[in-house]
Design a protein around this ligand. Structure first.
Ligand SMILES: Nc1ncnc2c1ncn2[C@@H]1O[C@H](COP(=O)(O)OP(=O)(O)OP(=O)(O)O)[C@@H](O)[C@H]1O
Length: 248
């Protein structure tokens, strides 16, 4: 289980995250939403180990995650994706996933590339199958359409066999059809027992996908519950989802 306990992150005088606590259990798909500047990215970055905390704790399976470097997260079953998909454009789709699988076993990237081996091929093919990329296995990542690049980044994250998956705006930049099918995949991953936490601006990627929605406003958790429940919440309606509220 992921336990975020009273997390505070200040940048000088800016209280980006101001005492946030929540938990994500295995098998649960949780969305972190809120207006621009609410602290979503900062909160997410704290969990992913990008920033030292001003105060509070982040525990994963009882381990203090905030004490681990981001690179060590994979070894503890925590993988992430980025808002703008990050893949190796000079490699094929299959090679990207092979490399990710090997890197997650602790091989340095440069030596891992030289060692792209048959051993990692089968699991990599299975991941391409799972993420709907099998037909593109031998295509250079450079020439992939953006939706496929987002899928590839997800396949690379899955190559580490994570138990906690952190997705930074998985639906950003995707057309409606691509978004729906990617979020269906995300839902399936949680259904298979993974703990999934994602930030999102697009409510189509939250409604019917997230088991629970956390709403951040001004660095604090303003509401949490099902999408239906938070949609009815007076504060959330006034500050984010409701009539006249500005949201992207
Ligand atoms: N590295 C930083 N240095 C200084 N201030 C920062 C930094 N990162 C974020 N902030 C500030 O912290 C606050 C929260 O920003 P954050 O990016 O976490 O919000 P967000 O909810 O992710 O917004 P958006 O939806 O627009 O991405 C904002 O006031 C922002 O300007």
């Amino acid at each position: 289980m992921l336990k975020v306990q009273e997390v505070v992150k200040h940048f000088g005088g800016i209280h980006a995250v101001d005492g946030v606590s929540f938990e994500v259990s295995p098998g649960e798909c949780v969305a972190l939403i809120g207006p621009n500047g609410a602290g979503k990215s900062t909160c997410f970055a704290c969990i992913a180990g990008q920033y030292p905390l001003t105060a509070g704790h982040i525990l994963w399976q009882g381990q203090p995650l905030e004490k681990l470097a981001p690179a060590a997260h994979l070894r503890h079953g925590v993988a992430r994706t980025f808002q703008v998909a990050q893949v190796f454009e000079a490699l094929t789709v299959l090679q990207n996933v092979q490399l990710a699988a090997q890197a997650s076993r602790g091989l340095r990237a440069i030596s891992a590339f030289k060692l792209l081996d048959a051993q990692a091929r089968e699991p990599a093919h299975a991941l391409l199958e799972k993420t709907g990329l099998q037909a593109l296995a031998d295509q250079d990542a450079l020439s992939l359409p953006y939706g496929a690049k987002k899928r590839l980044e997800l396949a690379m994250a899955l190559a580490a066999s994570p138990q906690l998956l952190l997705l930074d705006e998985p639906a950003a930049g995707l057309a409606e059809q691509e978004r729906a099918s990617l979020m269906q995949l995300v839902r399936q991953l949680a259904g298979q027992g993974m703990a999934v936490l994602y930030t999102e601006h697009n409510m189509d990627a939250v409604a019917g996908v997230a088991d629970r929605v956390l709403v951040l406003i001004e660095g604090r958790l303003a509401a949490q519950g099902s999408f239906e429940a938070i949609s009815r919440d007076a504060t959330v309606r006034r500050r984010y989802l409701g009539e006249g509220a500005a949201h992207a």
